[in-house]
Design a protein around this ligand. Sequence first.
Ligand SMILES: Cc1ncc(COP(=O)(O)O)c(C=O)c1O
Length: 376
Amino acid sequence: MTEWRIPLSDVDLDEHEEDAVLRVIRSGWLTAGAEVRAFECEFAKFVGVDDAVALANCTAALHLACMALGVGPGVEVIVPALTFVATANAVAVAGGQVVFADCVSTRDLTLDPEDVARRVTPATGGIICMHYGGHPCRMDALQDVCRREGLFLIEDAAHAPGGRWRERMLGTIGDVGCFSFFGNKNMTMGEGGVAVAADPVLLERLRLLRSHGMTTTSWDRFQGHAHDYDVRQAGFNYRLAELPAAVGREQLRKLPANNARRTALLERYVERLTGAEGVEMPFTSDAGAAHLAVVLLEDAERRDLVRNALRERGIQTSLHYPPAHLFDHYRTASGYAPGDLPVAEEVAARLVTLPLYATMTPEQVDEVCECVAASA
Ligand SMILES: Cc1ncc(COP(=O)(O)O)c(C=O)c1O
C-alpha cells in the first residue's frame, strides 16, 4: 500500500464516532432502528425539509429517485457527462435511456442548461444535475427547462451536503435530492446515503422501495408497534444500518465546521494558484460545501507531468471524472463516441484533482501549490 504524505482525502473521526459505535453495539440492535430514524430527522432538519429517507448509499438514492419518478423503458433522462458514473447508471438500471449533456465551460464544470434544452425530446422524462465539487448548478435555468418541458429534476448532491444555492440547501431544490456518505465525502459513514423530497407522496414511495415495498419494519415489529406487514410494491433492500447511521449523526454535527475548513483551504488554493503559469482554476466562488480542489493544466501531457511530480512528492491526486459517455458500456449501449461532449472531454484531458479534506493543514496546501506551480 502506498503511504501518501498528503492523501487525496481523509476522514475526521475521533472519540465521538467511537462512542457512537459502542452505543450501538451495546444496544444489541444493528439493523435499521432508532439511530437510522434519528439520523433521518437530524439530516432533514439540517437541510430544512420535513423528512428524509436514509439509504445504503447514494447510488441507491439515485436509483430509487428514478424509479419513484417513473423512469423506465422509453423514458430518456438527461445527465451530465462529467460526473461519477453512478448518476448515469441509476437511470440505466431503472430501465431508462441515458442522454448525456455537456458542462457549461472549462470555468464552470456543472451541467449546461442550454445543452440540456437542446437534448430534450418528446421522450424526455427528466434531468439529473450534479453539484460538481459542491458548486451549485445553474438551478434557475435548469428549473426553467423543467417547467417549460414538464420534466422532473433530481439533484445528485453527493458532493454537496451543507452547500447552498441562494438561501436554499443544495439537494432540496429539485424533486428529489440524493446525498452520499462514502469514505471520501464531506461527511462519511463508510457507505451510506440519503434521499430528500418535499412531496410526501414521493418520499413515501422512496421509503417503500427501500425495503421491499413492506408496510412495516423489523424495528416496528420488535417494538411491538406492528405484528405483520403487507407488500405494496416490489422493492429492494437498500436500508442503512445502525452503525453507519450512528457515525453519520456525529459527522453531521461536525459538517458545518468541516465545510468551513474545506472552504478556507479551497480559498487558499485559489489564492496560491491564481496567476500561476499554465494553471487554471475553475469555480473561484465560494461553494459552501467545497468538496474538490481541481485545476486544469494546458493539455493532457502537462497534466500527466504534474500528476507524476506530485506523486514523487508523496501527494495523491485523482481525476474527477473520466467522461461517463466514453466508458465502454455507454459507447456500446448508447453509441457515444469521442467528440460528442467536447467540453467534458477537454476538461477530463486537462484536469487534476488535488488533495482537500477538513484536517488538511494550510502548509500542506502551500506544498501542493508549490509543486503544481513548479511542474505546470
Ligand atoms: C457525483 C456522485 N454521484 C453519486 C455517487 C455515488 O455515491 P455512493 O458511493 O454513495 O453510492 C458518488 C460517489 O462517489 C458521486 O461522487
